[in-house]
Ligand binder design. Sequence first.
Ligand code: HAM
Length: 448
Amino acid sequence: MPKTMKKNNEPQLSKKDVGLRSRALKDVSRALGTKDLLGDDFSNLEAVKMSLIDFFKRYGFTEMETPILEKAEMFKNNFRRDASKELYEITSDKGEKLALRSELTQGIIRAFFEHDLINSMPQPTRLFSVGPVFRQEKLQSSRYRQFTQINAEILGENKAVAEALLIYTMFSLCKEWGLDIEVQINSLGKSECQKEYKTRLNAYYKERGNRAKLCNECKKLLAKDPLALLDCTEKECMGLAEGAPQIVDFLDEESRDHFSKLVEYLDELEVKYNFNPRLVRGLNYYNDAVFEFWPIADNGQVQYKYALGGGGRYDKLIEKIGGQDVPAVGMALGMERILYKLKDKGLILFPQPENLIFLAQLSEQAKLKSMQIFEDLRREGFNIRNSFAANSLKKQLEEAKQLQARVCLILGKKELSDDTILLRDMDSGVQEIVPQKKLIKDLQKKLN
Ligand code: HAM
């Protein structure tokens, strides 16, 4: 308990109390690398989610949800870098190795086979899912340890039109949201092309003077997966990657045709893209087309460290999980990164509901009556809000204004006694008295 009192009788916190409070706050603060979404951020999250869900549904995607906990085994070998540094692993009471999912894609594929969707859903199967994913990332800006992805996967389609559809979805939505992006595209070819390319790449990095310039992590990775070195964002490694051989020179005819077809589609659809021979993705299961969505800053600089999403074709991963040869392509978008970008630009997407009615009340009895009126109007399909707890008219009118209500209905003692209600046009400020019996008709006339 604080011991000292201020002159105005307000308790004054002693240094000891302040210490206790700050320690207590520290204990309940969120974990590093996680984020609370409040206010405009939350509204933007909802708006972005709704636009994407709407878009995917229109294109025949079915929404699904898979567990956050999956068997760790599934995720283990798919990172280009050290998986033990990325996965959050848990051992269950029965000794089973589990992991917090590090992406949605693999759970979706597992479920696709486990529930035999290949035989029960139309082919190609289009699925999408939204939810939290977890990665033990080094803490840096826009890299969270828990973040939200929205994923779209097309299973059973081998044509480049599938990649084009996914890229076009994100490109057009970013345009609609006011975000400037450049789509990065590359082809990684088939595993046979990659095999030859890796040998060539390995030799390049081992050339005199090159290996010494690599960062320590890339030095270690060279033997395991030389493609991962192209993705490194350390300055010296990026410089070396510039001069490295390019995978396009190792593609077979089929992969070349597939990629040319994708480029043709993107040209037709007027998508702004950049052929990026160093784009390999942080996951190692891709073949042929890969892509990422990089934001463009106000000064025109492309922000390669803050991809808003990415994906590609992954025919072999499907075979590994499900044992069947099903061509597949997909993408994941990082919701927090999109939100960060919207915030950066001062954009709030949450659409203000149209024709909003705000119901204000000025007494205890009016509160009860206004609840009935609220329900009547809600059932009639009106878009209605109120703040039943508030008493001051000024505060309620301020709230109505903030919500951009078109009409404010005011119920005071007088209106209560003569069964009327005051209808205020929020644009003009003009008020009229309306009998409660006629309210629905009058509102329909006014708002239509
Ligand atoms: P990814 O590139 O690892 O792909 O992640 C997709 C997006 O998630 C990134 O572009 C980024 O926006 C966001 N993201 C990734 N890591 C973080 C992080 N630590 N903090 C915040 N946002 C992050 C995949 O996950 C693949 N499953 C995509 C895919 C779907 N491929 C085929 N189908």
